[in-house]
Design a protein. Structure first.
Length: 146
């Protein structure tokens, strides 16, 4: 059993053991990739991509955003469901991963506005403002450093 939570802070070597956190990261990147298009590629030989004949030396742009939201590839593709990655992530104690962070929205809105703004990196139209609630172990850490 991993020992963190109220006893000690999470450290970098702990991150791979936090399976649910890894699932959250994967699901976030699926829904909101850093860039909607992957870097351009050039086909080295004639090939078929998505049913289209692509001759050699053709520049190919892959729309990762569209692939990640394709209902043929993902069940309920626009919903945020980190659980869909639980079987694909190696890691430790899943239950501990669910309990690592306590976040609260600063604004009283019911839902977070996930509307996309303009730009190549897909910024949000309205930035998310959130506050992380300090765990009791932080009092111990802060008092030791004073």
């Amino acid at each position: 059993m991993l020992k963190w939570g109220q006893e000690r802070l999470i450290d970098e070597p702990d991150v791979p053991k936090l399976q649910y956190l890894q699932s959250i990261i994967s699901e976030t990147l699926r829904l909101y990739p850093a860039g909607p298009l992957l870097l351009p590629r050039m086909s080295s030989s004639d090939c078929i991509v998505g049913g289209y004949d692509v001759p050699a030396d053709t520049i190919i742009l892959v729309n990762a955003w569209a692939i990640h939201r394709d209902p043929k590839l993902w069940e309920d593709p626009t919903s945020f469901k980190p659980e869909r990655f639980e079987n694909y992530v190696d890691g430790g104690d899943q239950d501990q991963g669910h309990k690592c962070f306590e976040w609260e929205k600063v604004e009283e809105k019911e839902n977070v506005d996930m509307t996309e703004g303009n730009g190549i990196t897909m910024p949000k139209a309205e930035p998310l403002v959130a506050m992380c609630k300090a765990r009791p172990v932080m009092d111990i850490v802060l008092h030791q450093n004073v």
